[in-house]
Design a protein around this ligand. Structure first.
Ligand code: F6P
Length: 358
């Protein structure tokens, strides 16, 4: 069998690899690791895993196999046209040839929505594939929780707590921009955990005038600072998300980023309160997985092996309504699990006085 980690990395990937490979070794199954996600599958780069490769990786961040969030086998950028636009080719048949030449019968593919879409195609070609959902964004349709998310929330909360102490010292408004793509889960959880005064998320467009009023009111009441936890995908009412970069070779070409700067500068101008911003960025994707993610990764990895054993393939392991389950591999394709505006956590935050800027 083979294991592949695709898409942006997150803490807990190694814990899944460990759970899957240890189980396979107990059953005398040879395990190949595909290097660098689908890029390695396209380029026929595999590595035979040994029990010693798994030593100590439960708590190690990243993925020992490497990953890639640009390589889509069915639409792979092989070069550029004279006008600079990428030339794409469908390399799925090449991948399948590499898989067959290695006598791989089953694969555990760990990744996000894009990775699962390609995994579903391989399953349709007769390969026994089970998917394991991963992302710090927690936005995969079909599973209510993904590993990596809790670690990212802990990292963001720690940063927000630290920023609060300096904000208090200087009577400032401090904006912390967190990741999450188009979903506000990281902002919502870390914003609540840190007692942020304002949480901005893509699902609830904000009004700068409302934010300015919140800051001025806090000043009037003698509060020393205002802490804003801002999701990278947040946008003003009637406005657009702030895009940092467009990568046309990537299946998800938009890289968000910059809304923290926009909000801090606009608010300083509007309120006269000195404002600063900081962007947490990939710090949230790195480092050791927290205990919760190590446990969840082990559970999901184990469930993927159980599904393979039962012959229940073409499925993605999932967590729904407090229990382990599985869904069709195509379930997450092209979808994002966003925060419902009436989510209990939004209500709980509002009840403790947190503003969503609406
Ligand atoms: O999907 C995970 C994520 O970290 C998002 O939160 C973020 O928008 C994106 O990936 C960043 O991607 P890259 O690593 O390509 O900058």
């Amino acid at each position: 069998m083979a294991i592949l980690t695709g898409g942006g990395d997150c803490p807990g990937l190694n814990a899944v690899i460990r759970a899957v490979a240890k189980d396979a070794f107990h059953c005398d199954i040879d395990v190949l690791g595909v290097e660098d996600g689908y890029q390695g599958l396209i380029e026929n780069r595999f590595r035979q895993l040994q029990p010693s490769d798994l030593d100590g990786i439960l708590r190690r961040g990243g993925t020992i196999l490497g990953s890639n969030n640009r390589a889509n086998p069915s639409r792979f950028a092989v070069g550029k046209n004279s006008d600079g636009t990428p030339i794409f080719r469908d390399l799925t048949e090449d991948c399948l040839r590499h898989i067959r030449s290695r006598k791989i019968e089953a694969m555990v593919i760990i990744g996000g929505d894009g990775t699962m879409t390609s995994a579903a195609w391989f399953a349709k070609q007769g390969l026994a594939v089970v998917g394991v959902p991963k992302t710090i964004d927690n936005d995969i349709m079909g599973s209510e929780i993904t590993f990596g998310f809790q670690t990212a929330v802990d990292t963001a909360t720690d940063a927000l707590d630290k920023v609060r102490t300096t904000a208090d010292s200087h009577h400032r408004a401090m904006v912390v921009e967190v990741m999450g793509r188009n979903a506000g889960w990281i902002a919502l959880h870390s914003g609540i955990a840190s007692g942020s005064d304002i949480i901005l998320m893509p699902e609830i467009p904000f009004d700068l005038k409302v934010l300015a009023r919140v800051i001025q009111e806090r000043e009037r009441r003698g509060m020393r600072s205002t802490l804003l936890c801002v999701s990278e995908g947040a946008r003003p009412q009637g406005g657009q998300q702030v895009v940092a970069k467009v990568d046309p070779t990537s299946p998800d070409p938009i890289r968000l980023g910059g809304v923290g700067k926009f909000v801090a500068e606009a608010l300083e101008k509007e309120t006269g309160v000195e404002s600063r911003y900081c962007v947490l960025g990939h710090v949230q994707r790195g480092g050791v997985p927290c205990a919760f993610d190590r446990v969840l990764s082990t559970l999901l990895g184990n469930h993927s092996m159980n599904l393979l054993r039962e012959g229940k393939v073409g499925r993605m392991v999932a967590w729904q309504k407090g229990r382990l389950t599985d869904v069709d591999l195509e379930e997450p394709a092209g979808k994002q699990r966003l925060v419902p505006e009436d989510h209990a956590l939004v209500g709980a935050a509002r009840a403790v006085g947190t503003s969503f800027g609406d």
